[in-house]
Design a protein around this ligand. Structure first.
Ligand code: CA
Length: 238
């Protein structure tokens, strides 16, 4: 037996998460649970998992949106948990790239059986690569650790593709475009354009905060985004 499979469960109902987590762990799998889409996505941006069990009805976002974003950078197997048995949801979920779905209410044993089948399929298809987190000392400027693929709207940091919200993506690109230049919150807000969910400058702070968390998860020892109190933010140059 190789390493136990690493499962991520994004489910907001504690009773379901507890029952399911218990049943899956009993199968010998490791389960990491998140109650919100954002927390689960931040984790998945920087950690390898063998399978994601994803509730469609999450308080902070739709599971479909989570799946859509995940599929831009990952082919990780996904099992959807859906409350509705409508055919629309099933078809949409599969079209968006889910590997399977179960309709609530379900028995934990049924979910475990689906998980086992998906893991078997995916392990047969490709052996999982080892997760690597670099801790090598820096020998290059910080901005060279980033790779921006404009066509794919994707930014990688130290070789890890970041899973960013549209706002975080626009902020990251603005900072990358002018390393060392301090950009004011107002300038950064302009850069968000259509991605801005609302027009308050303080939302920049919260986007920067979650962006930093995603970067820290890749390299905890680096803090590429510098705060200039009272002015704004800049990409640090070393
Ligand atoms: Ca739910």
């Amino acid at each position: 037996m190789t390493q136990p499979a690493q499962l991520v469960l994004i489910e907001d109902e504690p009773a379901i998460a507890d029952t399911l987590g218990f049943a899956l762990q009993r199968e010998g799998w490791q389960v990491r649970h998140f109650g919100l889409a954002q927390a689960g996505e931040a984790y998945l941006a920087t950690h390898r998992a063998d399978l994601l069990i994803l509730d469609v009805g999450l308080p902070d976002d739709s599971g479909f949106e989570v799946l859509k974003r995940l599929r831009r950078s990952s082919d990780m197997p996904v099992l959807l948990l859906t409350a509705r048995a409508e055919e629309f949801d099933r078809i949409l979920g599969l079209e968006l790239g889910a590997d399977d779905y179960v309709v609530k209410p379900f028995s934990p044993r049924e979910v475990a059986a689906r998980v086992r089948a998906i893991l078997k399929r995916s392990r047969a298809a490709s052996p999982a690569p080892e997760a690597t987190v670099s801790t090598a000392p820096l020998s290059a400027p910080i901005q060279s650790l980033f790779v921006h693929d404009a066509a794919a709207r994707r930014v990688s940091f130290c070789g890890s593709a970041l899973v960013l919200t549209p706002s975080e993506y626009h902020l990251m690109v603005s900072l990358l475009t002018r390393p060392g230049h301090v950009l004011s919150r107002a300038q950064l807000l302009d850069a968000l354009g259509d991605a801005a969910e609302d027009s308050f400058e303080r939302t920049i702070d919260s986007h920067i905060k979650s962006l930093r968390a995603k970067l820290r998860a890749v390299r905890a020892d680096l803090d590429p985004i510098a705060t200039h109190r009272g002015f704004g933010y800049a990409l640090a140059v070393s």
